[in-house]
Write a protein that binds this ligand. Structure first.
Ligand SMILES: *Cc1c(COP(=O)(O)O)cnc(C)c1O
Length: 397
């Protein structure tokens, strides 16, 4: 059959595997820890990997495999492995890059806070060094790649919370020159807006807890590899570290993926309208939104994200740039939910300085441009006028 378009794949990918009894239209939840066969010879064959079937759910399960197949299709990879959370997926893909004592990770300095903690506290004690660079400054990344001889470059498609879009193709080229592999955390964009493997990345990971699930009711993570030979390492860390995704979560997330296109089109549309509405508001010093950036980055955004979209997150900086003012604004919201997550169908707000970047010193936060009055809005699918009215009344408090 002809290759289908992404909006079609979102609805069908991974589903309707052949069973002896016909094909269910939606993949059932195979709530079973193990699988049995008619003879020990068959079990032996499956164990040896020749049968291609399932033996034990920590090694694989049809419900989880359906989600993995969907992500391979959507991201344009060859192998995917699902885990219990986005952090487990990140851990697995870094592991799969072959980090050993003495090797170096060159990471974007704007990475998700817990990712830095993973690099320092888990890989760090195993002798892996982490150096950082501003991934929006390609010359700085190139210089650091030459100096540090990294094994891995670690980037995010859209940074948190200032929402800077990374030139993934250029970063991939720098990685190739340096002989390093590129891992991209594509959580903020989702495969609907960006497919990093097609831009040169070796691994893409998602916190499926966010846009893939999309309803605030499931946790999970997925790693997708570009090359078939990376499958073994991804599967091996899943089997041995055991951070597997639950079949219930896999079912919820696969259900979520079907509406990812619809949700994100609406969410991105709402986000752009919110950014435009508050752009020149006198109660704010700045609105951060990729397609409205002050530094002429629109062309880059169009190359990395699906045009005309700029993502579904908007960050605002209050004129009264203090924690008190941010809390007062957030406490006054009546529709938008205060939470530390993102990517759900409902609009949520988070205060970066006291949540994702809490562990950093005030000086470190200042260097990254994360002020006390900065609030990140994860825009939902509600009527945009209701979101605008809620933000407007809360800004007036
Ligand atoms: C949430 C998040 C993670 C971690 O995912 P969990 O599912 O919470 O483990 C990693 N990266 C980014 C960008 C995230 O937003």
């Amino acid at each position: 059959m002809k290759k289908k378009r992404l909006r079609t794949e979102l609805v069908h990918a991974g589903e309707r595997r052949q069973l002896p009894i016909g094909r269910p239209v939606a993949t059932p939840i195979y709530a079973t820890s193990a699988f049995t066969y008619d003879s020990m010879e068959e079990v032996d064959q499956v164990f040896s990997g020749e049968g291609g079937d399932f033996v034990y759910t920590r090694y694989g399960n049809p419900t989880i495999a359906a989600l993995e197949d969907a992500l391979v299709t959507l991201e344009g990879g060859t192998a995917a492995c699902a885990y219990g959370s986005g952090m487990a997926a990140l851990h697995a893909s870094l592991f799969a890059c072959g980090l050993t004592p003495g090797s170096t990770v060159l990471a974007s300095r704007d990475l998700y806070g817990a990712t830095f903690a993973l690099l320092e506290k888990v890989f760090g004690i195993a002798g892996v060094k982490t150096v950082t660079a501003d991934f929006n400054d390609l010359e700085a990344v190139r210089a650091e790649a030459v100096a540090a001889k990294p094994t891995v470059l670690l980037a995010e498609t859209i940074s948190n919370p200032l929402l800077k879009v990374c030139d993934l193709a250029a970063i991939a080229a720098i990685g190739k020159e340096a002989g390093a592999r590129l891992v991209v955390d594509n959580t903020f964009a989702s495969p609907f807006l960006c497919q990093p493997l097609t831009l040169g990345a070796d691994f893409v990971i998602h916190s499926a807890t966010k846009y893939l699930g999309g309803h605030g009711d499931a946790m999970g993570g997925v790693a997708v590899a570009k090359q078939e030979h990376d499958r073994l390492a991804l599967v091996s860390i899943m089997k041995l570290a055991g951070g597997v995704m639950s079949v219930w979560e896999a079912h919820q997330i696969l259900r979520g993926v079907k509406t990812l296109g619809l949700r994100l089109e609406r969410q991105c549309d709402n986000a752009r309208k919110i950014a435009e509405h508050f752009r020149n508001d006198s109660r704010l010093v700045r609105v951060h939104y990729p397609t409205l950036s002050a530094d002429g980055a629109e062309a880059l955004v169009g190359r990395v994200l699906l045009p005309p979209h700029g993502g579904a997150l908007v960050s605002i900086e209050l004129k009264e740039n203090t924690r008190e003012a941010a809390y007062r604004f957030m406490n006054s919201l009546q529709l938008c939910v205060r939470l530390t997550s993102l990517g759900d169908v409902f609009t949520g707000v988070s205060h970066s300085a006291s949540s994702s970047h809490r562990e950093l010193s005030p000086a470190q936060r200042k260097r990254l441009g994360i002020t006390e009055g900065l609030v990140r809005i994860s825009v939902g699918i509600e009527d945009v006028n209701d979101i605008i009215e809620d933000v407007d009344q809360a800004l007036s408090k």
